[in-house]
Every structure is written in C-alpha cells, then in structure tokens.
Ligand binder design. Sequence first.
Ligand SMILES: NC(=O)c1ccc[n+]([C@@H]2O[C@H](COP(=O)([O-])OP(=O)(O)OC[C@H]3O[C@@H](n4cnc5c(N)ncnc54)[C@H](OP(=O)(O)O)[C@@H]3O)[C@@H](O)[C@H]2O)c1
Length: 273
Amino acid sequence: MTEHTRANSDWYPALTLARSHWKIEPPTDALKDKVILVTGAGDGIGRAAAKTFAHFGANVILLGKTREKLEAVFDDISANTSTSPVIVPADLRFLSDDNAMALADSIQDAFGHLDGLLHNASALGLMLPLAHYPKSAWDEVFDINVTSTVLLTRHMLPLLDLSSAASVVFTSSSVGRKGRAYWGAYAASKFAVEGIMQTLADETETANRIKVNSLNPGGTRTPMRAMAYPAEDPGTLPTPEERMDIYMYLFSALGRSHHGEALDARDWTPSPN
Ligand SMILES: NC(=O)c1ccc[n+]([C@@H]2O[C@H](COP(=O)([O-])OP(=O)(O)OC[C@H]3O[C@@H](n4cnc5c(N)ncnc54)[C@H](OP(=O)(O)O)[C@@H]3O)[C@@H](O)[C@H]2O)c1
C-alpha cells in the first residue's frame, strides 16, 4: 500500500469491483499529487471520478451544487486517503467572471497550479420538441452546460499552464454528436461543448502542455440517466466506476497521446505507451 492510500483497498468497494472490467491497470500512484477540479462532484459520474482520482493520489477540488453531497464525498475521501480534497459549493448557472477568478485565486493559493479539469456537471433540461422548448429552460441549460464551462476554462487556463502535464476533459453525450428528437437544449449544448473542445484543442496544440478532449461516458447508472429514461432498469447499466478506466487514462500519463479527440467510454482502445 502506498502512502497516499493509507486506508485498506476496500474503502471504495464499487471501484474494487469495477476494476476487473477496466481496459487499463493504472499504477497506484498514477495521479499522486496531481490537482484535479471536478465539476458535478457530488453525485453520479463526477462523484465516482473524484473518489477514483483521490484513490490514485490526486488532490481533488469538488465543485457542485448541493453542499451536503460534496461534504459526503469530502468526508469519504478525507477518511480513507491521505489526499487533500477541497469543496466548492457553487451553482454553475450563476457562475460569474468574478466567482471563477476567485476560485482560480484560491486554487493558486492552495496548490499553486492545476493538472486536470473535468467538466462533468450538466443539466438535462426538458424533453420536448424544439417547437415547444421554452426560452427560460433553454437559457438555463446553456448557462450550466456551455457558458459556465467556457468561463471556468478561461480562468483555469493560467493554472493549467503551470502544470507539466495538464488535461482538460469536456463531457459530451451521444446526442451531442448526432441530434435526436426531444433532446432539445441538452443535445444542442453538447454539440456546443464539442465545438469548445475543438477550438481549445487547436489553441493549445502548439504549446503541447495541455491535452484537451471530449468524452461521451455512454449510458451509465446515475440520477441523470434515471431522469432521462425512467422506465429503464438501472441494473442493466454499467456503474460510474466501470466507466472510470478512460477517465484515469485521460488524466494520467497513460493517455497523453490524445488531443482534440471526441472519445467514447464504451468504445475506446488505450494507446500503447
Ligand atoms: N449518465 C449517463 O448515462 C450519461 C450519458 C451521457 C452523458 N452523460 C454526461 O455525464 C455527465 C455526468 O452525468 P451524470 O449522469 O453523472 O449526472 P447526474 O447524476 O445528474 O450528476 C450531475 C452532477 O452535476 C451537478 N450539477 C448539475 N447542475 C449543476 C449546477 N447548476 N451547478 C453545479 N453543479 C451542478 C449535480 O449536482 P447536484 O447533485 O448537487 O444537483 C450532480 O452532482 C453529464 O455531463 C452528462 O451530460 C451522462
């Protein structure tokens, strides 16, 4: 057992169980001392990512809407690893330049730099035909899924630039790559996210310090999936922890060959290192 995972390896049974399905076997110190900001870290895929990153040694910055959920993740990580998590309760709908700048300043003070940014938080919005989609609901989805993503990225870039090997991952969706009836603002926002990823990847290509990709997790057993598909049996879906191999890949040294790519957690092949 390494120093940063002082608890027994059973602190996170869902991860232990999932790892037998992973396509990669990251070393236990794969993310040691990395600093990674995860949005939507209180639930679903973001919670699994935060806990997994901490398990592999990262100091995670847990951003999310509901303070109690973030505190539960914080307590779990603090009790079971030697990493230093931080919680940032924030509603991304109302993220301002000032808020994002203040967050960057506090990360700078606490850690001096940032190695990873996982844009994971999202709003599903309404399932309606475009002909009936209300502007207020449209704006809310775009504020959370698109505008806050750009703002956060913008203010985190100087900190990411200070990392020797940084990674930014934008969370996409199948409907962000091919539109589908009734997915309205959510689908359009994910197309926007793909465009933001491509633009940023092009802008950071020459310096080659920050890797930028998008990732579609695919159908995963989370509250959002249950909301989108209420009749589906969640037991038929992979757990968030089963999806974590590609997240580990993209935030560790293993996946550094990828840049500007639209990846899919259900169908990917690790590059030989
Ligand atoms: N699950 C799937 O099958 C699936 C498939 C394709 C793509 N995705 C994408 O994967 C990502 C994670 O999805 P998920 O299924 O894990 O979703 P989830 O279970 O709904 O979790 C989303 C997280 O985002 C947070 N969040 C939502 N609105 C926020 C806001 N305004 N400000 C701050 N935090 C906010 C939520 O916080 P609270 O819990 O505090 O509200 C929650 O922790 C999303 O980008 C989603 O589009 C998921």
